[in-house]
Design a protein around this ligand. Sequence first.
Ligand code: PLP
Length: 423
Amino acid sequence: MLPVERLKQAADNTLSNKVIFTEGFAYGPDEGYFPLRKNIANWLSRYYAPAQPISAERICITGGASQNLACVLQVFTDPAQTEIIWLVEPTYHLVFWIFEDAGFSGRMRGIPEDEEGMDVAALERALDAFERSGDSASQDDQKKRHKPHRPYRKIYKHVIYCVPCFSNPSGTTMSHSRREALIRVARKYNALVVADDVYDFLSWGVTHPAKPVSCPQLRLVDIDRVIDGGPEDRFGNVVSNGSFSKLIGPGCRVGWAEGTEDFIHGLSQAGSTRSGGAPSQLTSTFINELLEDNFLPEYIANIIVPEGRRRHCLLASAIKTHLGHFGVSFTPDPETNPVAGGYYIWIQLPAVLTATQVCQEALELQNLVLGCGETFAVPGGNAPGGDLHRRLRLCFMWEDEGRLVEGVGRLGLVIQSILTKVR
Ligand SMILES: Cc1ncc(COP(=O)(O)O)c(C=O)c1O
């Protein structure tokens, strides 16, 4: 699915044009390569159709969602003032280290999710309990800071992390009403919502299988622009973390962030960006070509989405065939969800099995690597009542079709062998 030929051509065109390559090889502007910012803004405006079009000034170029999360925390949090990082649980596990590197070790808390995404009422209760507990920094402590005052930023008191569409690992999509509630809670508690919007474009439906459906929901960042009269201050309460990693390839290391113009300017003033300019400047000039002539949106629609849907359906049907009779269930099911997408299927094992045991035996007996549910638990701050010990994450986008089916067949043999021993 990698668009090798088109990217080769884009690199060749770019490196043959002196005006473009001179800019590409240089330290770029802090906000990133302007033509790419502009083209991303136009593309997002078409795809999400927000109430107001998205301007280039709302976008800055990043080195991908992970690198950008680190920059967001560098600029907009201070471990002396920012209290807690609230994460939907299960959550994308590789963000834990990023939060720890930013000074938040031991200060992450999991909030459970259901079929509508993060349980925002539970989040609000937890925030309220925290604020009342006396653990919250006193007025005096609030005056302490590790980071200097800067006119281009504010320090948020809390951070809320989520993957609103086709979440990693559970594939869940947050409903519109939850999104609105989340923004209101974020405003009430001076929290920044970091929305990893990296799977939004990988969206398919059952009714028009060959066609991509538009994103099932408005993004949090779009809602923050309009709800209750718009943002409460010039920075707003949401940053959207976008990435080309799941659309072109993660090795590109190019993504974008969207927020209010002031937030985006502040983000572009992270120390490492001011020193070197926006990351991935040369690659930005290549990727810009793929948007300039609308190649990428068409490629997503005609190649990635139909193939993703095919693989999703194939994996789902293999699970039903090979694992259903053991009592294994899963979400999202492409047969019953009007809109599904992303990369993952989230499996629930029958109560007699644990994910750890299945993963261990799968590796030993079948050389099969699975995503163990507990990997996605927030360290030191689990949401109550979770069932991660019975969960597995399977990815349908990485392996070829034949290997997906074979893998599930082998997982069936592993489960069979454990059940024979247990019974
Ligand atoms: C939710 C989520 N955010 C971020 C990333 C990493 O994105 P990037 O390659 O843009 O750093 C991933 C990759 O799996 C992901 O699932």
